[in-house]
Design a protein around this ligand. Structure first.
Ligand code: AMP
Ligand code: ZN
Length: 486
């Protein structure tokens, strides 16, 4: 277990020593996507950052229960308490069931994260699977006087709550400040105060996703699902709550208020927020029209892209920035990451060929410690990557015969690479996989040639057509058979 891990806590606005409530167990909740459209690269940045955190905590010996929800109901347009449910709206447009939309984009989300080599969370609960738990929390808040009902809808009473607690604790704003900066939404609902937010919303007849409750047939407010699910799987209070920094002012502020209103505890001791992926300095977002999808980045098929990049190059690009810094997307920055990633992977490929000497010019132990130090300093992946380039320099020097390394240090070097490049940063050597492809293709082509020699044309055609189907074209000539990717 790492005793020296420091984590920046949005709550205290400083780095704090990480001390889990119940070590070696760690409870971590991260707000998941609203599954009404494809996730864009900005969303992926947030989930890749938490994957890094999950991987490191696991690496140093914690038993992490990582809960990341799927928002499949209750998230209304413009993040408000009015307007249409984002999923229902999409379903009506596509003439599909809301659950068909949910299924499509949940599967898509999981596929994308798998391509980026993100580990699956321990539990991936859905809002619609926890309606009963949400209703139970509303009952508690009503009983304890923090909520009120108006005409079938239930609202959280922010001013009442703030009279005994600090509503703006997460972003360090006081209530007056917040009130002055919030516009009233034209009196379209029955809230008592401008900052009050819905816990339960009575459904209009045309609303598709609705459930019975003691107050009305309706649906839960967006912020409530995370309180219900984090509470159910991680308890009154757990270790880490995370999400993008854009969730601080409203979603997470309201989650804290709800949890305290229910059980007098801030749900999490450490609030971790990732910064935004930007394009020309502007947050990447679907509504601003500057977002693109991961597969557009892989193929290069988007107007702002000059070419495509492999998934691991993109993951490397994301991890080259600290999760609390903004990261601006650009073609040059991607090219630089592509070069850096290849340099790292080329050296790792060489590592297996290095021979140990009887003596060593280098002691690898400090390098390994520096890698831990970087991650212990609030998961500082750019500093970790800089240390790994020191390892690259050593590998290349040993390979070129300019430096000697003994067996013990070579073992530590290999172990450090395994831990930090593969297990913690979660990178994969795509090149190694590609290097094997020509060998595999040679084998398949030889099998086809043998079939042809034996006049077994059924088999030789089957091989050619099968390859064609998965994107490989064979060309026969006098010199032999060549293959290419279609
Ligand atoms: P949503 O599906 O809109 O609730 O967003 C899912 C997650 O992606 C949230 O944690 C957001 O904070 C995060 N997110 C949205 N846009 C970006 C961005 N441009 N950069 C990084 N994270 C983002
Ligand atoms: Zn949430």
């Amino acid at each position: 277990m790492q005793q020296n891990l420091f984590v920046y806590n949005t709550l205290s606005r400083k780095k704090e020593k990480f001390e889990p409530l119940n070590a070696p167990h760690v409870g971590m909740y991260v707000c998941g996507p609203t599954v009404y459209s494809d996730v864009h690269l900005g969303n992926c940045r947030t989930y890749i950052s938490f994957d890094l955190i999950f991987r490191y905590l696991t690496q140093v010996g914690y038993k992490v229960r990582y809960v990341r929800n799927i928002t499949d109901a209750g998230h209304l347009e413009g993040d408000t308490d009015q307007g249409e449910d984002k999923i229902s709206k999409k379903a009506k447009l596509a003439q599909l069931e809301p659950m068909e939309i949910v299924q499509k984009f949940t599967v898509g989300f999981r596929e994308v994260l798998q391509i980026f080599n993100c580990l699956p969370p321990s539990i991936e609960p859905t809002a619609t699977g926890h309606i009963i738990e949400q209703i139970e929390l509303i009952k508690v808040m009503l009983e304890r006087g923090y909520a009120y009902e108006v005409d079938g809808s239930v609202y959280f009473d922010v001013e009442k709550y703030n009279s005994t607690h600090d509503y703006g604790v997460l972003n360090g704003r006081n209530l007056e400040d917040l009130l002055n900066n919030t516009r009233a939404l034209g009196g379209q609902d029955d809230k008592k105060g401008k900052l009050d937010f819905a816990l339960w919303i009575k459904a209009k007849p045309e609303h598709l996703m609705k459930w019975p409750s003691p107050w009305s047939i309706g649906f839960p407010g967006w912020h409530l699902e995370c309180s219900a699910m984090s509470h159910k799987y991680l308890g009154d209070q757990f270790d880490i709550h995370g999400g993008g920094i854009d969730l601080v002012p409203t979603h997470h502020t309201n989650e804290i208020a709800q949890n305290i209103a229910c059980c007098d505890k801030n749900p999490a001791r450490y609030w971790i927020h990732t910064n935004m992926l930007t394009v020309n300095g502007q947050k990447m977002s679907k509504s601003l029209g500057n977002s693109f999808l991961p597969h557009e980045l892989f193929t290069g098929e988007h107007s702002i892209l000059e070419r495509g990049y492999s998934p691991m190059t993109v993951r490397f690009f994301i991890l080259q920035a600290h999760y609390r810094s903004t990261l601006d997307f650009g073609n040059e920055a991607m090219d630089a990451s592509d070069k850096g990633f290849k340099r790292l992977m080329n050296a790792i490929t060489l590592l297996d060929t290095l021979k140990a000497s009887g003596s060593s010019d280098i002691d690898i132990t400090p390098l390994r410690q520096h890698c831990y130090d970087a991650m212990n300093d609030d998961f500082n992946s750019p500093v970790l990557i800089a240390e790994l380039f020191e390892a690259v320099r050593i590998i290349n020097s040993v390979h070129d015969g300019k430096m000697k390394i003994d067996a013990a240090n070579l073992e530590i070097l290999k172990n450090t690479i395994q831990i930090f490049v593969f297990d913690v940063l979660g990178l994969e050597n795509e090149q190694a996989a590609n290097d094997d492809l020509p060998k595999v293709m040679d084998l398949v082509i030889n099998l086809r040639n043998e079939a042809k020699i034996n006049r077994d044309y059924a088999t030789s055609d089957k091989i050619r057509d099968g390859l064609q189907k998965i994107g490989f074209q064979l060309k026969d000539s006098k010199e032999g058979t060549n293959w290419s990717k279609i």
